[in-house]
Design a protein around this ligand. Structure first.
Ligand SMILES: Cc1cc2nc3c(=O)[nH]c(=O)nc-3n(C[C@H](O)[C@H](O)[C@H](O)COP(=O)(O)OP(=O)(O)OC[C@H]3O[C@@H](n4cnc5c(N)ncnc54)[C@H](O)[C@@H]3O)c2cc1C
Length: 352
């Protein structure tokens, strides 16, 4: 089991709606590992008789400003394994194995004016952004919040309270499919057209996100003001340690021969410069840094979440998989550290 995962006590399980629960976790003595920015997520290990554990990411709905417990909010997915277990089985007093916060769906400036789009459980990271911006920032916030019907609205009462407390800063527009049907791209564009100078954040079911992002693109929101969080289930197990994953870690299995010539690598991470001469094709940037004992950020390890995003400053890499970066991100030099293998003699990257 990964040394960087922690067992946290479940302080409470709150019924938000018929099919959504907030799980309140105590970071306890591990608080320093659980500092987070609004919009980030935790990855939890859900026990399974079949596979040992199932890893799933859940966004934090709490705000870091009060130094309180960590809260994730989970909506039951039809036939979903982990969400079903969390909503039905988890009780206060239980312990949950958790990876520290991760993710880049987070405002760079809490004073910025924000245009937020949430569909269903997509409200979770958005709620943390709203709570934090209202408490610490000065910008104006408008939330377009789509749900199937009134009973499905998570955090309805909390949003009403916040909007009443901050009438000049927070406006919440509820869109109910039961009343108005699904929001179309044209309707989303007409709404967003009033706020084209703002930073946009979008989180929700895939069709809702696709329509909203298309509307923002029509309005020519630049990529750096268009943020999206995709809710997908992880296929792999980020709780395994690098040593457990290493092909040669098993004594009966010979270590894989290095593939290709060694590459000169320069990495800037958290203000520290690292330099190596032995990175090779066949090993990802994340694996190489881990083999050197460098704690580089990651979460899914599958090219799905962008917690490991880097910017390429020099040279080339190839990515094994990429389900999250858009063409504009690639053109800006953004790559995924967990998927990048060297493709030039010298590579220079930064995590900032
Ligand atoms: C960055 C990020 C943030 C997210 N934030 C949120 C959030 O805030 N709130 C939220 O609700 N969701 C969130 N999600 C989505 C969440 O991670 C899950 O995708 C979602 O809860 C569905 O997972 P599930 O296991 O319930 O369903 P599924 O993934 O659909 O479950 C079915 C899968 O489980 C497997 N399975 C079934 N039974 C077993 C078993 N006994 N043992 C092992 N495997 C089994 C099946 O083979 C199948 O692959 C987020 C996702 C990401 C990437």
């Amino acid at each position: 089991m990964s040394e960087s995962s922690f067992e946290l006590e479940v302080l409470d399980v709150i019924e938000e709606t018929g099919d959504a629960r907030s799980v309140v976790l105590d970071p306890g003595e591990h608080r320093e590992h659980f500092a987070y920015t609004p919009g980030q997520f935790l990855t939890v290990a859900v026990p399974s008789d079949r596979t040992g554990l199932v890893a799933r990411s859940y966004s934090l709905s709490s705000t870091p400003v009060d130094d309180g417990p960590l809260t994730i909010t989970v909506k039951r997915t039809p036939d979903g394994y982990a969400s079903g277990w969390i909503c039905s089985e988890l009780r206060p007093g239980d312990r949950l194995r958790v990876l520290p916060p991760s993710g880049i769906f987070t405002p760079k400036d809490l004073d910025a004016d924000l245009l937020l789009f949430a569909g269903g459980s997509g409200i979770t990271p958005v709620m943390s952004i709203i709570r934090t911006s209202l408490a610490r920032g000065s910008g104006r916030i408008v939330l377009f919040y789509a749900n199937r019907d009134e009973r499905s609205v998570i955090f309805g009462a909390a949003l009403k309270e916040l909007a009443a407390e901050h009438p000049d800063r927070l406006q919440v527009v509820h869109w109910l499919e039961s009343v108005q049907g699904l929001p179309s791209q044209d309707q989303l564009r007409a709404f967003a057209a009033q706020y084209v100078e703002r930073d946009a954040f979008v989180c929700g079911p895939a069709p809702f996100m696709a329509a909203t992002v298309a509307a923002l693109k029509e309005l020519e929101f630049p990529r750096d003001r268009r943020h999206q969080e995709k809710f997908v289930s992880l296929g792999g197990n980020p709780f395994e340690t690098a040593a457990e994953r290493e092909p040669g870690a098993d004594e009966d299995e010979p270590a894989a021969a290095p593939a290709g010539p060694s590459v000169h690598l320069q990495v800037e991470l958290d203000g520290v410069d690292y330099e190596y001469d032995d990175w090779r094709p066949g090993t990802t940037l994340l694996e190489h840094l881990e083999s050197k004992g460098v704690k580089a950020p990651y979460s899914c390890r599958e090219g799905e979440c962008s917690a490991c995003a880097i910017r390429l400053l020099e040279g080339e890499v190839t990515m094994r998989a990429n389900d999250v970066l858009e063409d504009e991100d690639l053109a800006d030099g953004i790559r995924l550290g967990c998927q990048s293998e060297p493709a030039s003699e010298k590579v220079r990257v930064t995590y900032s």
